[in-house]
Design a protein around this ligand. Structure first.
Ligand code: ADE
Length: 232
């Protein structure tokens, strides 16, 4: 069971993400528990302000120490497991499939979503969190990044996918025969002939050795063409 806590000033962005589809199934199977927390609920000032202008000037607003640190402290205490504290931001480690695997094996992850120009630096000094980015581009906030990481991790929790092999055999995880990450092979379903386009003969033959070889070749071919960097 993985418990994910997400702290944000816009919980409504994430409200439907965890109650539909795969993540809903993960929750129903008791593999995943997701709790959303509004950082604004933890402000001590009258106007419930969570941010302020940056010292030294410049654009944007900075999230203040008090609400963020108090929210994290309160949320941490909601479970006996301390968990891994992860802030989202474009200036972090780049998330990938190995991290998804690692996260899926944790008992608890606390995501804190960034906004505006970021967090007051003293929050990092006090809490020493890890920082994760989902890629080299800038989002308006970390909510979608937290959802991406939670989704990628949740589907790897044993028992969440209907067919556990689906997670092992797909893009970035076809490790067994090749020893590295490859892109996925093409998939086909009925009908065998769609407007003259035929499903490859080998896939209809039932010889699993030949099918596996064919799939590995297609994976290698596709990886070489689209992501040659993965083959190095
Ligand atoms: N916040 C803004 N951009 C981001 C990114 N690329 N990854 C994670 N959080 C972010």
């Amino acid at each position: 069971m993985l418990r994910i806590d997400i702290l944000t000033i816009f919980p409504e962005i994430l409200e439907n993400v965890f109650t539909t589809s795969m993540l809903k199934i993960a929750a129903e199977k008791d593999a995943l528990e997701v709790h959303l927390h509004d950082i604004r609920d933890y402000t001590t000032n009258k106007h419930k302000r969570v941010d302020d202008r940056p010292f030294g000037g410049g654009p944007g607003m900075v999230l203040c120490c008090q609400p963020v640190i108090d929210a994290i402290t309160a949320v941490r205490a909601m479970s006996d497991v301390e968990g891994r504290l992860i802030f989202t931001g474009p200036d972090g480690n780049t998330f990938n499939q190995s991290y998804a695997q690692e996260f899926s094996e944790e008992e608890r992850i606390i995501f804190v979503c960034g906004r505006y120009e970021g967090f007051d630096q003293r929050i990092f000094e006090i809490l020493q969190p890890e920082i994760f980015s989902i890629g080299d581009y800038v989002l308006t906030g970390g909510e979608l990044a937290a959802a991406v990481m939670a989704d990628a991790a949740a589907r790897l929790i044993p028992g969440v996918l209907g067919h556990d092999q689906s997670a092992v055999e797909e893009s970035f995880s076809l490790n067994t025969e090749h020893g590295g990450a490859l892109l996925d092979y093409p998939h086909y379903t009925q009908p065998a002939n769609y407007e003259g386009l035929e499903v490859p003969e080998i896939l209809r033959g039932g010889n699993h050795k030949l099918i596996n070889e064919w799939r590995l070749e297609r994976s290698l071919e596709k990886t070489k063409k689209i992501r040659p960097d993965l083959l190095k």
